[in-house]
Design a protein around this ligand. Structure first.
Ligand code: ADP
Ligand code: ZN
Ligand code: ZN
Length: 739
């Protein structure tokens, strides 16, 4: 940079402002910290208001729209090289713009907390020991009185360097440190563990079936490509991921694997670790700040060859990116539902294209979005039609709840099937998407029911804890003995939750293990492990749970899956509810019959003639999804329209609605309603009052993404200047997944 031009950096800081901030790089900063650089992607300490904060350099410049003498200098440089590679920084900027989120908040929200606080990058890699020159020159007479120390020196004379873990197997810490104190040995870090290509596999790969082989062959890892690996549960998708990654590793590249929830599926992690001999790190919410930083750093430095993580792992830098995999790509958990509302699945695709690598989206029940991307040739469709091994697709049947007696949500014919299955020595999975004992408590005399003070919702009875709990705001109270209105003594818990069905099943099957799997029962550490152990052991048992149970477990001895209530998914006002119901039913059904015995699936419903259920059961998910896609095309819903929601909430009932009305009129001024751009609302949110706040939404949809983006850009600027905006909490949700 020329001497006479000012060196200005545009810096992102953690702030709700949607802008970068200009700072000067004074010469003395560079002189004082010669090891540090003001490169794009490096962190700096900058004065911000009355504080000093950590910022990240996003651009270099030599002009500013601000007065040069008003610009403050950066106080300090924090990194010797960019924290984020260019492609990843570009991804952040792109995502912040696309999801209409402040760039600083997006960036720092996704970085490990310790980096946000200004900590240095830790050294990662394996610690090795070697002799110092002094150690090498040691005469054979020395250390006579310390035979272990002598032995250690001799080992290092033979081997040059040995890893800390190898040495500490044979020598104590005290020996190592006393030799280090005498400056006879020294340690150093080796990154990029020495793994020879011949040595990548710990366990042989399976011989692929024909359709697996065809799919794997099509995955080209030499440039950006996006694949949808569409295969029924148990068709061997994971095996394809493993073998594709094997190729990635042979090219000396890293693989990034996104999965919906690690804690629920330790089996997936185990399969990766069992297969490969390379360092694998996992990134998930259960890590401490320090563990997260170490894992993140080893991905960035390239010493971790496989990075396995949940949603936010899509932002993990890789030294040698090679392949991205998004497992269960339809899963809702890939969309962040607050703050920076990004979709990790969609960003995985943008990231892959920026980095020039391939991305594989896998699912047994692909999202309508991804199927549509295949239809329009943006993604390549890889189909696996059969189950791997001998397993066959399960048989479905419907139980009409209108005509049958049921207890604790379980119809008598279903109960008989459960009994039969257990007696045959198999396992049963009972699925009910409502935790707690009962979703409501009602007074038998006056009809009073316990409602949440903060939300428009009833309190759920949790019998084991003797509490009424709001599932929306977590408000809790004791279960009352008397009706607070009429003092009546007969309070009835109505409806079924997993706790009630569990209790009933335990009473029916005293000899059989009944295990509940929901957020309440798995709070305890290790409880999930217990469930896997029993599930994998094949011991006859009944597992009853919420959708936690629907996630990718592989229990070969489950031969019956019963879905207690399919109806809620049929009648939700959310336009995605049918897609979700189809996915959920297909996923739970996929838990059945994964071993040698064919599986059965029972669906309980009051609507056995519902056309969607008929299509799903009679024709399968692909056909079902095709119908939904046609419907969306006709009704002009996503993915055939591009949608954004402006959500607003406030303590007072009318403020959120008023604000959104203002927002709508501003928007309509910018872009008049037309077939290209539509507005709906403000409408009350599905749960209008939640945690004491009134919530409304304004829906905007456009025939083109770019048009929607232009409107939102202009709209936000204007809204921000409007006085109503300060009275409410508002946010924008681009490509919303929940209405
Ligand atoms: P998905 O990920 O589609 O559910 P998996 O890869 O988990 O399927 O495969 C289901 C089961 O079939 C696993 O137990 C797996 O080990 C086995 N399997 C997969 N591919 C093969 C193969 N080519 N030969 C034998 N068994 C296989
Ligand atoms: Zn009463
Ligand atoms: Zn509540």
């Amino acid at each position: 940079m020329a001497e006479d031009k000012p060196f200005i950096v545009r810096v992102a800081v953690l702030s709700p402002l949607r802008q970068l901030f200009d700072y000067l790089i004074p010469n003395n900063v560079i002189d004082e910290w010669p090891d540090f650089q003001p490169e794009v992607g490096c962190r700096v300490m900058v004065p911000f208001g009355r504080r000093e904060v950590v910022g990240l350099i996003v651009e270099h410049a030599n002009t500013s729209e601000w007065d040069l003498d008003k610009l403050k200098p950066v106080s300090r440089l924090l990194d010797s090289g960019p924290l984020l590679p260019t492609e990843l920084l570009e991804l952040f900027i792109w995502a912040a713009n696309y999801y209409q989120h402040p760039i600083g908040d997006a960036l720092f929200g996704m970085l490990p907390v310790l980096l946000r606080k200004g900590d240095p990058l830790p050294t990662v890699g394996t610690r090795y020991w070697q002799l110092t020159n002094k150690g090498k020159g040691l005469g054979s007479d020395s250390l006579k009185r310390a035979p272990s120390q002598k032995e250690l020196i001799e080992r290092l004379l033979i081997d040059d360097s040995l890893s800390d873990s190898t040495l500490s197997r044979d020598f104590s810490r005290a020996i190592l440190s006393s030799l280090e104190d005498k400056q006879l040995i020294e340690s150093f870090q080796k990154t990029g563990a020495d793994i020879s290509v011949a040595n990548i596999l710990k366990q042989d790969a399976l011989a692929l079936h024909e359709s697996q082989r065809l799919a794997l062959e099509k995955i080209d890892q030499h440039s950006f490509n996006c694949y949808l690996l569409d295969g029924v549960t148990g068709s061997g998708k994971t095996e394809i991921y493993l073998q594709a990654i094997e190729q990635t590793l042979r090219y000396d590249r890293q693989a990034l694997v996104l999965i919906p929830e690690i804690s629920l599926t330790p089996q997936t992690e185990k399969r990766f670790r069992d297969r490969f001999n390379v360092p694998i790190v996992t990134l998930h919410s259960g890590l401490t700040d320090k563990q997260r930083l170490t894992a993140w750093t080893s991905a960035k430095r390239g010493s971790a060859h496989i990075v396995l993580g949940t949603r936010s792992a899509v932002f993990t830098p890789l030294a040698r990116p090679g392949l991205i995999i998004v497992d269960e790509e339809h899963d809702q958990s890939y969309k962040q539902q607050e703050g920076f509302r990004y979709s990790a699945r969609d960003l995985a695709v943008s990231r892959a294209s920026k980095e020039g690598v391939s991305v594989v989206l896998g699912s047994a029940t692909p999202s309508i979005e991804s199927l549509n991307n295949c239809a329009s040739d943006r993604y390549k469709h890889l189909l696996l039609t059969d189950r791997a091994g001998s397993a066959k697709q399960p048989n479905w049947s419907l139980v009409d709840l209108k005509n049958e007696k049921s207890e604790a949500g379980i119809a008598m014919s279903t109960l008989a099937e459960i009994r039969q299955t257990v007696e045959n020595g198999h396992q049963v999975l009972v699925f009910l998407n409502r935790r707690g004992f009962a979703p409501a408590i009602i007074c038998h005399h006056c009809g009073w029911s316990a409602e949440c003070h903060n939300c428009d919702s009833r309190l759920t009875v949790h019998r084991a804890r003797n509490r009424l709990i709001c599932h929306h705001c977590d408000y809790q109270q004791r279960v009352p003995h008397l009706c607070p209105v009429c003092q009546g003594q007969e309070l009835i818990a109505v409806g079924e939750g997993t706790e009630r069905s569990e209790e009933y099943l335990e009473a029916c099957f005293p000899q059989t293990k009944v295990l509940r799997v929901d957020r309440d029962s798995t709070r305890k550490k290790g409880s999930m492990q217990e469930i896997f152990d029993i599930g994998s052991s094949g011991e006859p048992c009944i597992l009853i749970g919420t959708q936690m149970l629907a996630k990718g477990h592989h229990f070969p001895n489950v031969t019956l899956v019963a879905v207690l209530d399919a109806d809620s998914g049929l009648f939700s006002p959310d336009f995605r509810s049918h897609e979700r119901l189809g996915q959920l039913l297909t996923q739970v059904a996929g838990r059945s019959g994964r071993g040698d015995t064919p599986g059965r699936v029972i669906i309980q419903t009051h609507q056995p003639q519902h056309p969607l259920l008929e299509i799903l059961i009679g024709r399968g998910y692909s056909f079902f999804a095709q119908q939904i896609m046609d419907e969306r095309r006709i009704t002009q819903l996503p993915p055939f329209r591009h949608m954004a929601l402006i959500r607003a909430e406030s303590d007072r009932a009318n403020e959120a609605e008023t604000f959104l009305r203002t927002a709508r009129s501003i928007a309509e001024r910018i872009n008049r309603p037309s077939p290209l751009m539509g507005y709906l609302g403000p409408l009350p949110a599905m749960l209008e009052r939640r945690a004491g706040r009134y919530r409304f939404v304004l829906q905007i949809d456009a025939h083109k993404r770019s048009l929607l983006q232009m409107l939102l850009d202009a709209l936000i600027v204007e809204i921000n200047q409007h006085k109503d905006a300060r009275r409410v909490r508002w946010s924008i949700d681009v490509d919303p997944q929940e209405m």
